[in-house]
Write a protein that binds this ligand. Structure first.
Ligand SMILES: Cc1cc2nc3c(=O)[nH]c(=O)nc-3n(C[C@H](O)[C@H](O)[C@H](O)COP(=O)(O)O)c2cc1C
Length: 207
């Protein structure tokens, strides 16, 4: 049995391609392991507030107000969901070359020194080892090669954030050129579906 934490971060609810692909990946993982427990965090439905001064004090210090205590409680809830997961499936649309602010806020609440990472004389050390991540990247344009590659602040950022917590077994599923018409979109969805099947097969073979 494995625990799956699925994260939706698109603002487009049922029209979202990344949500749809995350759900496909979760269904394929469940087919392999029917007793898997799935927790879904939809960051467009239950949004996470920006990390402000109160939230930072409450999360990293001793809470001294209601607002600080609420931020601490939310951080603990999100971290405990993350710690319990064996596999993370994250949907990340490209918004203005990077990730949605809701997803950045989720990372701001779970990146916690002493809990999910720590600094030592040898440098930073991620504390959430042994997890796998499947990250769906949806994009209107094409960034995986060519001149726009250096403008991609989505994949490298996510890779770094996950690595910082010790999550290094990460597979990216790409759905690109979604703004280039129906045919391009269909091709992107078929390609993403193949990438998902292959990833889930690989996970099964490695288990
Ligand atoms: C606010 C916003 C900003 C966007 N910025 C970019 C961008 O910088 N580059 C890009 O290729 N596509 C961009 N897009 C297009 C989305 O990445 C694309 O529509 C993708 O399908 C969104 O994922 P979703 O369908 O899961 O919501 C943007 C869309 C929105 C709504």
């Amino acid at each position: 049995m494995s625990n799956i934490l699925a994260i939706h971060s698109s603002l487009s609810s049922e029209n979202s391609i990344s949500n749809q692909l995350v759900d496909q990946a979760v269904a394929a993982l469940q087919q392999n392991a029917p007793h898997s427990q799935v927790v879904l965090r939809d960051l467009a439905i239950s949004s996470i507030p920006h990390l402000d001064a109160d939230a930072l004090s409450g999360i990293r210090g001793e809470p001294s107000s209601e607002a600080q205590a609420a931020a601490r409680a939310l951080s603990e809830e999100l971290v405990s969901e993350l710690k319990a997961a064996d596999v993370l499936v994250i949907g990340a649309p490209m918004y203005n070359f990077g990730i949605p602010t809701s997803l950045k806020a989720w990372f701001d609440y779970v990146l916690h020194p002493g809990i999910t990472f720590q600094y030592s004389s040898a440098g930073p050390k991620g504390l959430l080892t042994g997890k796998r991540a499947i990250v769906v990247l949806s994009r209107g344009g094409f960034f995986s090669d060519g001149p726009a590659r250096s403008m991609d602040s989505q994949e490298p950022h996510l890779r770094t954030l996950l690595w910082f917590m010790g999550i290094t077994d990460v597979t990216f599923i790409l759905a690109e050129r979604l703004a280039s018409g129906a045919q391009a979109q269909e091709a992107a969805l078929s390609s993403a579906a193949r990438q998902i099947s292959q990833t889930v097969e690989n996970l099964k073979a490695a288990a």
